[in-house]
Design a protein around this ligand. Structure first.
Ligand code: ATP
Ligand code: MG
Ligand code: MG
Ligand code: MG
Length: 440
């Protein structure tokens, strides 16, 4: 992409309404525009990051054997009356009436609808196990929308639902989700710690939240600081291997880590050596639940078992805050000059800064770099504007691409360009070909 033809409305001023770094930086970097409280347009740069996050979520869900579909944002009130949640959900639910006077709602989550799909088409144990998921906009009329996309009213969520014959099978689905989530967050450059949580209005017994540690997080967290060293890394996971998947979950959850909702000072003091006790704050970027037959029973989602009995299916639901993650990643990875994107989600792989736009030789070198990077399947952002070097550097620092290649007449005399890492700030003089190799 050539910056001269792109739409990147960066702000020079720090927006007064933004209280935390990620919100400030997303506004300044021209990633989002607020349209109403908690409702945002995703401008091109923000949209690219959102799409990258979605792609990683899709890839990891499908790797775990989960199947994508797409349910609508608008749901009939009828389904929610069946589960008993229509009245119970309260003012967070946006209720709408159509011209036929039918009650509808903008979905805050999809347990009822997915259960309806399931009961319409599945009736035998032979069709299980089954996990369906989608990535779709949700609406929750939050009391205090704030921190930009972190607590929006309209927000993008991945929500997945497992259907199993037995509790044991459903707990395997739970574990599979935990492991796939760990891998998902790691690919985004995040450490997200599974913490025992409270089930809230969705209801259920087993539930973990995934928290990214950050001072600006809304949850208070209590943990053994050794949990922050856990890493899944590149190890091979066979998602059908129950013992292996359960062992990974055990490894990541054996040390104490809880939110304030479930924190138990007795266990904390008995189990965690004093020097490892940490109290901090975290951002909830996902949550998994096992809730058994809470929806299948009232809504009649049953299957026939091998011996002919009819049983309600065991279910769970599992969510990732896709749009919240954009903010969470920035909270975890920025400095006072701007964002520092992890490679996995960066909107462009690298930036090219032309120090002397209009100088024939410099322009030609930049064009060649641009083509060569594209030839490697990379997506560079070429700052070809007629602007001062200082302004170009400030823009690149603000939008946080992992690499910057700076091209100017002085370096080119020696056949060199400068490659700079956004994260470390280290620069190297390289030939253009070497720079392309290094970035690829
Ligand atoms: P919170 O405690 O932050 O209100 P939640 O527990 O109500 O979140 P869940 O029902 O568990 O949310 O939804 C799954 C995920 O969706 C959450 O883990 C979070 O990452 C994301 N999410 C929830 N509410 C919002 C929101 N208002 N804006 C952006 N993301 C959200
Ligand atoms: Mg909530
Ligand atoms: Mg919560
Ligand atoms: Mg939650």
């Amino acid at each position: 992409m050539r910056l001269s033809r792109y739409f990147l409305p960066v702000l020079r001023e720090t927006p007064a309404e933004a209280q935390i770094a990620s919100h400030r930086l997303m506004l300044r970097a021209g990633m989002i525009k607020q349209q109403q409280a908690g409702i945002y347009s995703w401008l091109p740069l923000g949209f690219r990051v959102l799409k990258n996050i979605e792609r990683i979520v899709h890839e990891e869900q499908q790797r775990a054997g989960h199947i994508p579909l797409l349910m609508p944002t608008l749901q009939p009130a009828e389904l929610w009356r069946e589960s008993g949640r229509y009245d119970a959900y309260g003012p967070e639910m946006l209720r709408i009436r159509d011209r036929q006077d039918r009650d509808m709602l903008f979905g805050p989550t999809n347990e009822e609808m997915i259960t309806d799909i399931f009961r319409s088409h599945v009736s035998s144990y032979k069709d299980l196990p089954l996990t369906l998921y989608h990535i779709q906009w949700k609406f929750r009329d939050e009391m205090r929308p704030r921190f930009g996309v972190m607590r929006g009213r309209e927000f993008l969520m991945k929500d997945g639902y497992n259907f199993d014959v037995t509790k044991e099978d459903a707990l395997h689905a739970y574990n599979r989700h935990m492991v796939s989530y760990l891998r998902t967050y790691e690919r985004m450059g995040l450490t997200a710690i599974p913490m025992r949580a409270d089930s809230g209005p969705i209801g259920g017994d087993d539930t973990h939240e995934f928290l990214v540690l950050a001072e600006t997080g809304e949850s208070e967290v209590f943990y053994d600081d050794r949990v922050t060293n856990r890493e899944l890394g590149k190890r091979d996971i066979d998602y059908d291997d129950r013992a292996q998947v359960a062992a990974v979950c055990e490894e990541f959850t054996q040390l104490y880590a809880r939110t304030d909702e479930t924190h138990d000072s007795g266990i904390w003091e008995a189990e965690v050596p004093e020097e490892h006790r940490k109290v901090g704050r975290g951002i909830e970027v996902g949550q998994i639940f096992y809730f058994g037959t809470k929806y299948s029973e009232p809504m009649g989602a049953t299957v026939q078992t091998a011996d002919g009995a009819t049983v309600p299916v065991h279910m769970g639901s599992h969510g990732i805050g896709v749009s919240r993650l954009v903010g969470a990643i920035i909270e975890a990875s920025h400095d006072d000059r701007g964002i520092i994107w992890p490679e996995g989600v960066t909107p462009f792989h690298c930036g090219i800064v032309n120090l002397r736009q209009g100088d024939a030789e410099t322009d030609a070198a930049c064009e060649a770099l641009y083509r060569d990077l594209q030839g490697k399947g990379l997506d560079p952002l070429y700052d070809d504007r007629d602007a001062r070097a200082g302004e170009k550097f400030a823009t690149m620092d603000l939008i946080g691409l992992p690499w910057r290649i700076t091209v100017g007449p002085r370096g080119l005399k020696e056949g060199k360009v400068e490659l700079t890492s956004r994260r470390t700030g280290d620069s190297e003089e390289l030939t253009p070909a070497q720079a392309v190799e290094r970035v690829a």
